[in-house]
Structures are given as C-alpha cells and as structure tokens.
Unconditional design. Sequence first.
Length: 155
Amino acid sequence: MDFYDWMLALHLLAAFATASALMLFSVQVVTGRRMTTLAETRTLFRLAPVATPLVIAGPILLLVLGIILAIDADEYQLWDAWIVAAIVLWAVFAFVGQRTGKYYTAVQEVAESGDASAEAEVLARLRAPAGVRLHWASVGLFVLLLLDMIFKPGA
C-alpha cells in the first residue's frame, strides 16, 4: 500500500467514526424525547463521553485527510467543484454540529446540577424542536457530504 491508500483508509475510518457518533447522538435525541424522569435523562447522557470524542476528531480528520488526498491525487485538484462543495458542506456541518453540541451540553448540565426543580426544564428541553432540528440538520449535512464524496459531481 502506498501513501494515498493509507490516507484514503484513514479518511474512510474518520467518516465511520463521524457516522458512529451521529448514530449515538441520534439514539440520544430520539430516546430523550421519550424520557419521563430526571434519573432516566442522566442515564441517557452517559452516551456523550463515548460519542463526543468521535464527533470532534472524526470531522477534523475528515477535512485534513481529504485535503491531503486532494493534493496527493493527480486526477483531482483542490479547487475542483465537488471538493470545494465538500469543504463548504464540512464547514456548515461543523457549525451546526457545534450549535447542537452546545444545546445538549446545556441540557446535560442542568440535568446533572442536582436541582430537584430541574426535571421539568430538562424534559422540556429534550422535547423541544430546536435541539431536534439542529441534530437532524447535522445528520442531513453529513449525508450530503457523503453523497458528494461518493458521486463527485463535476469530476
């Protein structure tokens, strides 16, 4: 295996790490809407320490390795339309993902505060459309990014 093959393999592993994190967070979002007690929500937030490093490292590695692949490959240029589209989609994905993470981190902090009156607020925030929309927007952007990588429009 040469350098390009290694970078491509690592790029794909980063994509799988990102997809895995999004799947874990999807479980959290869907299950969170069905929670009825504060104790259940605290249990639910135990997924975050597993998924958070994946959702941070995965996209960063995707971008870095993708740029390395584009520079190393003779048939692609960094300014090809599908590569520029991928970088733009990546930036929007990162922005929406950061907003989603902040939303659910705030909910988790309230849940773990130990305040007995926090239960209603936590359950309301988990059921609020804002967080759910943010999460599914992240998933949608990731799917668009995958489609761009698979079909390479304009290449």
